[in-house]
Design a protein around this ligand. Structure first.
Ligand code: GLN
Length: 275
């Protein structure tokens, strides 16, 4: 076993991706990329070595890097993540950008984020639109704890409430309702790939056997008219093959200006409409 960061990096590269190895060494040693290059002989303590060993093993077993580093980037900010929450995806930044467009003309908009998880959407909207009054709901107390920690660290004012979808906001109306709900169909083989088995199942799928993954999107679209102000917008993320179904759901509830926006890969990813 080696005690220097440079050697530890080399050893880790034998087992995992080179960049992942570097980021894990930096995380454990609390050093920068520059330190690693300039001072490869910098020693690691035995505690740091055994911590690194366990992180490299977890990475080799497929656990996503974000959980090992306990952080992920979203919209230019660093958020704490834990296995209690979904890891932020770049496509969700598009949802935030669309939401900000819709808020542009409203001086102090009321915003609701459903199923906030780590809080990335609610917190980013609160920081990008400081006059907004943002409420965020999640059914998982462990997720809300992560979200509250992120809001505090980043200095965002968000009213977090525990509960299911519109449950905690009975009688309230918003100018924008936004959500990245669980939408992967329970039978989708994708759930067993790419690190998804390490993420909370309840953040990925509605859990309906032989379903289409849209149970929560149906609930959100059905509940939104009672919680939107006149002219208010509903925007939500969905799966690559759920654009048309999402638009049909919105149409059935008399939404106007119905849209589907592809993500950076050109895949249908966000739909919404205006009340
Ligand atoms: N887009 C995620 C994936 O990679 C799913 C996120 C979600 O269910 N909200 O599968």
């Amino acid at each position: 076993m080696t005690h220097a960061i440079g050697e530890a990096w080399l050893a880790a590269q034998q087992r995992i991706d080179r960049l992942d190895a570097r980021l894990l060494v930096q995380h454990v040693a609390g050093c920068s990329h520059a330190d690693l290059i300039a001072r490869p002989e910098k020693p690691l303590t035995l505690e740091q070595l055994s911590w690194l060993e366990s992180l490299v093993t977890r990475r080799a077993e497929g656990e996503p890097l974000a959980y090992l580093l306990e952080s992920a980037e979203f919209y230019g900010r660093s958020f704490t993540v834990s296995p209690a929450v979904l890891i932020p995806r770049p496509e969700t930044e598009e949802l935030v950008a669309l939401a900000l467009d819709r808020l542009a003309g409203i001086p102090a908009p009321r915003v609701l984020d459903l199923g906030t998880g780590s809080g990335i959407i609610a917190i980013t909207l609160a920081l990008e639109k400081p006059a907004a009054r943002v409420t965020a709901v999640d059914i998982s107390p462990a997720a809300l704890e992560v979200a509250r920690g992120n809001a505090e660290r980043l200095g965002a004012r968000v009213d977090f409430r525990p509960g299911s979808w519109f449950g905690p906001v009975a009688g309230e109306r918003f100018d924008l309702v936004v959500s990245n709900p669980p939408y992967v169909a329970q039978g989708d083989p994708h759930l067993e790939m790419n690190g998804l088995p390490f993420e909370p199942r309840g953040a990925l799928t509605d859990g309906v056997a032989q379903g289409d993954g849209l149970a929560y999107i149906r609930a959100i679209v059905a509940g939104a008219p009672d919680h939107l102000a006149p002219g208010g917008w509903l925007l939500f993320e969905h799966g690559y093959d759920q654009g048309e179904k999402s638009r049909n759901l919105l149409q059935a509830k008399q939404f106007k200006c119905i849209l589907t926006q592809p993500d950076l890969a050109g895949i249908d990813r966000i739909s919404g409409g205006r009340l």
